[in-house]
Design a protein around this ligand. Structure first.
Ligand SMILES: [Zn+2]
Length: 289
């Protein structure tokens, strides 16, 4: 190929990529960022031990959940902390260690069923529940959705039922959150998945934090792109190269983080962290269309 031809091809590709940036999308979705209460305050280095000591500070972080309204039904991304924290007390469900460390402040009105009600929906309107991973603050209330399709990475189910000793010892897996959900309708994945086939809600395989961790990409009608990392990136500090303290694989974690960040950059989109204090203050508890 001649040099001029190569340049023309590269320019053509660049234009084609440019045309897709911010371009409009046919499906009209809207998304609400909710929290199943907060965790904290605690020292950030309790979550990110690699962070230098001079950056130590107390943080209070959201327990993130997303409610997405698609013309074909409601999709929920993560179901927060189990409602048992409100009905039976934290220690009885999680054990005293996790309650003392995480300091959950969930009110009954923060729980996913009440969050849906607040927005004018019911749990029966939810057609699909996407669970990012099987830790206690993300899978907590899947049993509230026996009629929905549950979308998870296949190997995350193995992670949930047989966590590595260090993950198990951390108290992050509560079997009672999902032991009655075994016979639900699961769509098990080994990779990405476009939920309604229209590009508006796409599951992204983002392993590392856990074996089968997954994130979500939203494409709005006005062309906005959201990359919702959940625990693929807890907070901004993880993007700076300081890994979360509870990872299945640090190497895979950073590969996923880089992929999500690049995707957001290339599409001119917004990257949402799972547990970032500042971003929640700026962007939480509201609708996006
Ligand atoms: Zn989390």
């Amino acid at each position: 190929m001649k040099k001029s031809t190569i340049i023309a091809v590269i320019l053509g590709l660049a234009c084609a990529m440019g045309a897709s940036v911010g371009s409009a999308h046919n499906t009209n979705i809207k998304a609400y960022w909710a929290a199943s209460g907060m965790f904290g305050p605690f020292n950030i280095r309790g979550l990110i031990p690699a962070l230098p000591e001079d950056r130590a500070r107390d943080i209070t972080i959201p327990v993130p959940m997303w409610i997405i309204d698609h013309p074909k039904g409601i999709v929920v991304f993560d179901t927060g902390n189990n409602v048992a924290l409100n009905t039976g007390g934290c220690a009885a469900h999680w054990g005293e260690g996790s309650c003392a460390f995480l300091k959950p402040s969930q009110k009954r009105s923060d729980v996913i069923d009440m969050q849906l009600k607040k927005l004018g929906y019911s749990v029966n309107d939810v057609v699909a529940v996407v669970t990012s991973h099987s830790h206690l603050d993300h899978i907590g209330n899947i049993e509230m959705f026996p009629n929905a399709l549950h979308i998870v990475q296949k190997n995350e189910l193995y992670q949930a039922w047989w966590p590595e000793p260090f993950q198990r010892a951390s108290g992050a897996h509560i079997m009672a959150d999902y032991d009655n959900a075994r016979d639900f309708n699961y769509l098990t994945l080994d990779g990405d998945f476009d939920i309604f086939g229209d590009g508006s809600i796409v599951v992204l395989n983002a392993p590392g934090h856990t074996l089968g961790n997954q994130s979500l990409k939203l494409k709005f009608r006005n062309g906005d792109t959201f990359i919702i990392a959940q625990d693929a990136l807890w907070m901004r500090e993880n993007l700076e190269g300081y890994p979360a303290g509870l990872n299945f694989s640090v190497k895979t974690y950073f590969e996923s983080a880089q992929r999500l960040k690049s995707m957001a950059d290339l599409e001119g989109g917004t990257l949402f962290f799972g547990h970032d204090e500042q971003q929640w203050k700026e962007k939480g508890n509201r609708w996006y269309k």
